[in-house]
Design a protein around this ligand. Structure first.
Ligand SMILES: Nc1ncnc2c1ncn2[C@@H]1O[C@H](COP(=O)(O)OP(=O)(O)OP(=O)(O)O)[C@@H](O)[C@H]1O
Ligand code: SF4
Ligand SMILES: [Mg+2]
Length: 304
């Protein structure tokens, strides 16, 4: 199996001013000891509720956000400390569709200019731009449009077209159907499915919706408060979800609305406040991610 991307033991802290606490600084652990591998042709889903660190992980994988510690490898080469000037080829091969296409598309640029900038400037020709637009199912005259002249689904198609520029091997799609209605969501997922099959692109699909991720991906990583709590093949995670949080994700009605943000507290399991199966040990000891079955990892004391 050809390894495309790997990250090892990634940590990322953000320091934010907390005005409620009188401008006291608060640390948020967005990513805690994250390791994962993306192999060519094996589509990976990253699932977790809001604030679990999915977007931060996507940005760290692309080195758009530098990790505090840990390593990123592209095709087994350590690229963690490369300067931005040497990351250009890598960023053509691994592209991202950002979470909110309205924010990520420049409102002052036509589609044509957006795509021209995304293509390598020396060969940005009309034919390439038109091909990118039609590949996403839009008519070529959309090249004259500005973001505000398009619907949410159409803007997302242009964001996908931009990601396709440079013939990527891998695309990270961060909540690609986030603000779309149910019908448009199905159409966008169908488009991504076609690109996956026809162009052989490996996807990393990020979503808070386990159903979307499981219908699209071969493997799934479940995140909670900056931690990977379960990782395995989609089949295994559907058949035998191990972590109590994964089981809860299958039943969104049971997900309590508790403020359980990524504040720093290294003691105990990150899920302990909400876990229906917690034991005393869970309050003061952190479970490690361990292999329960071949290729199926879980971080929970119920299994060791
Ligand atoms: N630039 C930043 N500065 C400070 N804190 C940040 C920054 N980016 C993310 N965070 C914090 O890090 C945590 C993880 O955020 P992230 O955006 O990665 O979550 P997410 O899983 O993508 O959430 P969502 O589903 O809402 O998109 C959150 O607590 C967030 O507030
Ligand atoms: S380690 Fe304990 S608190 Fe954490 S998920 Fe498992 S049982 Fe629940
Ligand atoms: Mg996000």
């Amino acid at each position: 199996m050809e390894e495309l991307l790997r990250c090892e033991k990634i940590q990322k802290l953000f320091v934010v001013k907390d005005f409620l606490l009188g401008i006291k600084k608060r640390k948020i652990r967005a990513l805690n000891n994250i390791s994962l591998v993306v192999n060519k042709g094996i589509n990976l889903g990253i699932v977790g509720e809001s604030g679990s660190g999915k977007t931060t992980l996507a940005k760290v994988l692309l080195l758009l956000v530098k990790p505090d510690t840990g390593l990123i490898f592209y095709k087994r080469t350590n690229i963690t400390r490369l300067p931005d000037s040497q990351l250009r080829a890598f960023r053509n091969c691994v592209r991202i569709i950002f979470q909110n296409p309205y924010k990520s598309l420049n409102p002052r640029m036509t589609v044509e200019r957006t795509l021209k900038e995304a293509l390598s400037s020396d060969k940005s020709i009309k034919k390439d731009i038109e091909k990118l637009i039609t590949q996403t199912g839009l008519p070529v005259d959309y090249k004259h449009k500005y973001p505000h002249q398009m619907s949410g689904g159409e803007r997302q198609r242009i964001a996908i077209a931009r990601a396709l520029a440079g013939n990527p091997e891998c695309i990270i799609a961060d909540e690609p159907t986030g603000n779309l209605d149910a019908t448009t969501e199905i159409q966008i997922l169908k488009l991504l499915e076609d690109l996956k099959k026809n162009l052989g692109i490996t996807f990393i699909l990020i979503s808070h919706n386990l159903k979307i991720v499981s219908s699209f991906c071969d493997r799934i990583v479940v995140m909670y408060r900056g931690n990977i709590v379960e990782e395995g093949s989609t089949q295994e995670i559907l058949k035998i979800p191990l972590h109590p949080y994964t089981r809860l994700l299958w039943n969104p009605l049971l997900v309590e609305n508790i403020d359980d943000s990524n504040h720093i507290d290294d003691r105990g399991c990150p899920f302990v406040n909400r876990c229906p199966e917690r034991k005393n040990l869970c309050f003061h000891t952190s479970p490690e991610l361990k292999e329960k079955e071949k290729g199926h990892h879980v971080s929970c004391f119920l299994y060791y």
